[in-house]
Design a protein around this ligand. Structure first.
Ligand code: FDA
Length: 318
């Protein structure tokens, strides 16, 4: 793990640092490397190009920890338009039609109102329901992102409830959480579609493994549970060791491409994304867009010293 990760994630919470960083124009190379624009009009051609390259997409309208109901409703309205635009982009792209939707939206319940006090979880659950009802009309999938550990229980409950009506609804699971393997077993037994990732937030030792080797070992244990039992595992990692382990387990469990997929973030390991698609595997790219890119960018910078170097160069190039 990047030794600077805790410091960067802690600094990300400071409003002074946020002021400095958000002075970097959204047009700068560092923001554009990880974020596909600030508007839907900028996002759609990026999504279409990825679909035409044989990849699937999952699009995140950036925003988190919404502080009022109006903002949460605005996020829902944006997602409604996004679902329409993505469905149209898929129809007009030259990709092969399959039962597995090639377009998906990813969302954070905190952007839909989860953190709005006592009523927050109910508001977010209602908004999630509206979005799933819209998505199903357009053959678009939805995955709920995993946020910091204080939201995990509410998020899993919201997804569990919504799945009664929308069984294809997915949730992300973070393997740095000590409870990840238990969650993986429960969710796999329920038939939930699961996105397995290592986790990107700063979490205390009481709830999360701190050492990279422990997080990786947890990832491998969860991979085994999911590839043996889950309906449609989604392996969200850029790590060659996790990808090789997933390929071996998939072969062992007679999973063909279409029974599981790889996922990577927009702007990361593009050549490997193309390579996996060339080998016949399903791969989905998570594409964020919107003006609220600060938190997302800081998590990417914290993951990898090379990303940080790239960012510092962009700052000095202004
Ligand atoms: P990690 O960062 O541990 O890196 C391991 C190895 O991968 C590196 O040593 C290197 O070999 C390779 N690698 C990584 N980045 C590279 C790069 N830029 N270039 C070249 N090689 C690189 N998190 C969360 O908390 N909640 C969520 O909902 C999500 N959702 C999500 C969706 C998708 C599709 C992805 C891919 C990731 C997430 N994440 C997430 C983020 C995730 O938790 C994690 O922080 C990052 O994916 C980084 O972890 P990795 O598994 O990629 O490997």
């Amino acid at each position: 793990m990047n030794p600077l990760r805790p410091a960067i994630l802690a600094a990300a919470g400071s409003s002074r640092i946020k002021d400095v960083i958000t002075r970097v124009p959204a047009t700068s190379a560092v923001v554009q490397r990880f974020v596909a624009g600030e508007t839907r009009a900028e996002l759609v051609p990026v999504a279409r190009a990825l679909l035409e390259s044989g990849r699937s997409v999952s699009v995140d309208f950036l925003g988190e920890y919404t502080t009022d109901r109006v903002q949460a409703s605005a996020a829902v309205a944006e997602y409604f338009s996004l679902i329409d635009d993505l469905a149209e982009a898929e129809q007009s792209s030259a990709g092969v039609l399959t039962d597995i939707p090639r377009v998906e939206v990813s969302l954070k319940l905190s952007a839909l109102g989860q953190s709005l006090g006592q009523d927050g979880p109910a508001i977010a659950a209602e908004n999630l329901h509206k979005l799933c009802a819209k998505a199903v009309e357009r053959h678009v999938w939805v995955t709920v992102d995993a946020e910091d550990h204080t939201t995990t229980a509410d998020t899993l409950e919201a997804v569990r409830n919504a799945r009664a009506e929308f069984p294809w609804l997915a949730v992300a699971l973070q393997t740095y959480l000590r409870q990840a393997e238990d969650n993986a077993r429960d969710l796999a037994a329920d038939g939930t579609r699961i996105r397995l990732c290592k986790g990107a937030y700063q979490e205390p030792d009481t709830v999360a493994y701190q050492r990279r080797a422990e997080v990786d070992a947890s990832y491998l244990r969860c991979l085994e549970v999911l590839l043996r039992n889950a309906w449609y595992p989604m392996i969200a990692s850029h790590d060659p060791a996790m990808i090789s382990a997933a390929l071996a387990l998939a072969a062992e469990n007679h999973r063909a491409p279409g029974d599981f997929e790889f996922q990577m973030l927009y702007g990361i390991r593009d050549a490997e994304q193309r390579h996996l698609v060339g080998e016949g595997h399903s791969l989905r790219v998570y594409i964020p867009y919107g003006t609220q890119w600060y938190g997302y960018l800081m998590r990417r910078l914290a993951e990898r010293p090379a990303n940080l170097g790239f960012f510092l160069r962009a700052l000095t190039e202004r």
